[in-house]
Design a protein around this ligand. Sequence first.
Ligand code: AMP
Length: 212
Amino acid sequence: MNIVLLGAPGAGKGTQASKLEQKYNLLHISTGDIFRANIKGGTPIGKLAKSYIDAGQLVPDEVTCDIVKDRLTWQDAANGYMLDGFPRNLFQAEKLDEFAHIDLCVNISVEFSLLMDRICGRRVCSCGESYHISTLGGRTTCAKCGQPLYQRADDNPETVQARLNTYNTQTAPLIDYYKKQGKLVTVVSGEGSPDEVFVQICKEIDNFKAQQ
Ligand code: AMP
């Protein structure tokens, strides 16, 4: 089963993907994580991506699509995957349909006023875990693996505003794109816990599976 996780920055796509990965044994592919690993490794892709990421803009489509197309050919993607952060505009969605078959698009809907605080208060671990400062009680290490937590370079108010604008203009139209294909399910993430959203997503996935 191949899933697209759609949602604004801060909607909790990464958090949900980690949980779903364990439950359904689906590979989690995050284009943001791939870019960050390339930046850390100082690769040519990382050097190119950094200026776009720092500005809250999308990395050029050709580069991004080639990365995903290649990643989907790896053996570990053969049992199904979740795409987190891809596609992010119509061009990418149409390209994706040329080289992959998507079964379901899970749209995580969040009230916009909640996003700025969620993202700017986010602290992440290199193992993939993500926290909010309001729940950390001063702790600076990951509860799962003990490594130090850090704030992503693009999780600052200016860049977040640009990322939210990019989402509104370029990514939000994908909701309609997948609706027209009959593949869209929407779950709502409010003030509640990630576990509540997880239950909603699992219901949708189980429904989908039951119909196959
Ligand atoms: P994310 O971790 O998904 O929030 O992505 C962080 C940043 O990486 C985004 O703000 C973009 O600059 C870049 N990025 C991630 N996915 C894509 C994509 N599908 N297309 C273009 N740029 C992307």
